[in-house]
Design a protein around this ligand. Structure first.
Ligand code: NDP
Length: 260
C-alpha cells in the first residue's frame, strides 16, 4: 500500500495507536499531519516519521477547542495543499458511574473529546475530502458492539455514538465519493489506562486478565490497528463505507455452552 502523494491527518498522534498509525503512513510515503497536545511526545514521533522517510507537519492542538480544530485543518491544507485521509483517533478513557455526583461532568468531558471533536473535525474536513475523494477512519472500540466496560457509561456511549455518526455521514458523503469507516479495537497495549489515572499495579493485573480472557489469549498492539486503518483508507477498501472493522483477538466471541 503506497501513500505517496497522499495527505493524512492523524489526531492523537503523540501516543499509542495514533503514533503507530502516523509512523506507518509515513513509512509508506504519506505526507502526515501529527496532532496532539504533548509537544515533547509529538516531537519524538515526528523524528521517527522522518527516519521512515517523510517529515511530518506537527500541530500542537487540543481537538476539543473549536479554534484549535480550525487551525488543525487550515494548517494542514495550507501546508500540503489538500487532505486525503482524516484519522480521528484522539480519545480518552475514564471510569464514570451513573451514581457519581459528577456523572454529568464526566459524561461531558468524555463526549466532548471522543465524539464532539470528531463531529467538528469531520465537518471541517469534508470540503477538502469531497475535492480529493478522500476518506475518514474513526477509531472506535468493541465497547460499542456489546462488550462493555462496567462503570464507564460515558466511554461506552461515546463509542456507540461514534459508530452511528460514522454510518450517518457515510451515507450522506457517499453521494460525493467520500468513504467513512470505523476500526473497533479490543484491548490494545497503550498508555490509555495510565492516562485514565488507573494505578500501574492495577493496570498490570487488569491487562494480564484481559489478555488471558481473549480467545486468542493475547492483547492487540498499536501497529495491528494501524495496519487496519491503512487498509481502510487505501484504494483496496474502495467498496467499503459505513462499516465497523473489529480487531479484538476474538473478545466478541462468546460461547454459550461448550458441547465438546
Ligand atoms: P493513548 O492514551 O495512548 O493516546 C491517546 C491520544 O489521544 C494521545 O495522543 C493524546 O495526545 C490524544 N488526545 C487525547 N485528548 C486529546 C485532546 N483533547 N486533544 C488532542 N489530542 C488528544 O490511547 P490509545 O492510543 O489507546 O487510544 C487511541 C484511541 O483508541 C482512542 O480513541 C481510544 O478510545 C481508542 N481505543 C483504545 C483501545 C486500547 O485498548 N488502547 C481500545 C479501543 C479503542 P496528547 O496527550 O498529546 O494530547
Amino acid at each position: 500500500m503506497s501513500f505517496q502523494n497522499k495527505v493524512v491527518l492523524v489526531t492523537g498522534a503523540s501516543s499509542g495507536i495514533g503514533a503507530a498509525t502516523a509512523i506507518a503512513f509515513a513509512a509508506q510515503g504519506a505526507s502526515v499531519s501529527l496532532v496532539g497536545r504533548n509537544e515533547t511526545k509529538l516531537a519524538q514521533i515526528a523524528k521517527i516519521c522522518e527516519q521512515k522517510g517523510s517529515k511530518p507537519l506537527v500541530i500542537a492542538a487540543d481537538v476539543t477547542n473549536d479554534a484549535d480544530a480550525k487551525r488543525i485543518m487550515n494548517d494542514t491544507v495550507k501546508h500540503y495543499g489538500t487532505l486525503d485521509v482524516l484519522v480521528n483517533n484522539a480519545g480518552i478513557f475514564a471510569p464514570t458511574s451513573i451514581f457519581s455526583p459528577d456523572a454529568l461532568e464526566g459524561f461531558d468531558r468524555i463526549m466532548t473529546t471522543n465524539l464532539r471533536s470528531i463531529v467538528q473535525l469531520t465537518h471541517l474536513a469534508v470540503p477538502h475530502l469531497v475535492k480529493s475523494k478522500g476518506n475518514i477512519v474513526n477509531v472506535s472500540s468493541i465497547v460499542s458492539l456489546g462488550i462493555l466496560f462496567d462503570h464507564s457509561f460515558a466511554y461506552n456511549t461515546s463509542k456507540a455514538g461514534m459508530d452511528h455518526f460514522t454510518r450517518s455521514v457515510a451515507l450522506e458523503l457517499s453521494k460525493h465519493g467520500v468513504r467513512v469507516n470505523t476500526v473497533n479495537p479490543g484491548q490494545v497495549k497503550t498508555d490509555i489506562t495510565q492516562n485514565a489515572g488507573i494505578p500501574k499495579e492495577q493496570e498490570v493485573v487488569m491487562m494480564a486478565a484481559i489478555a488471558k480472557s481473549t480467545p486468542l489469549q493475547r492483547m492487540g498492539a498499536p501497529e495491528e490497528i494501524a495496519d487496519l486503518i491503512m487498509f481502510l483508507s487505501s484504494d483496496k477498501a474502495r467498496g467499503i463505507t459505513g462499516s465497523t472493522f473489529v480487531s479484538d483477538n476474538g473478545s466478541l466471541l462468546k460461547g454459550l455452552v461448550d458441547l465438546k
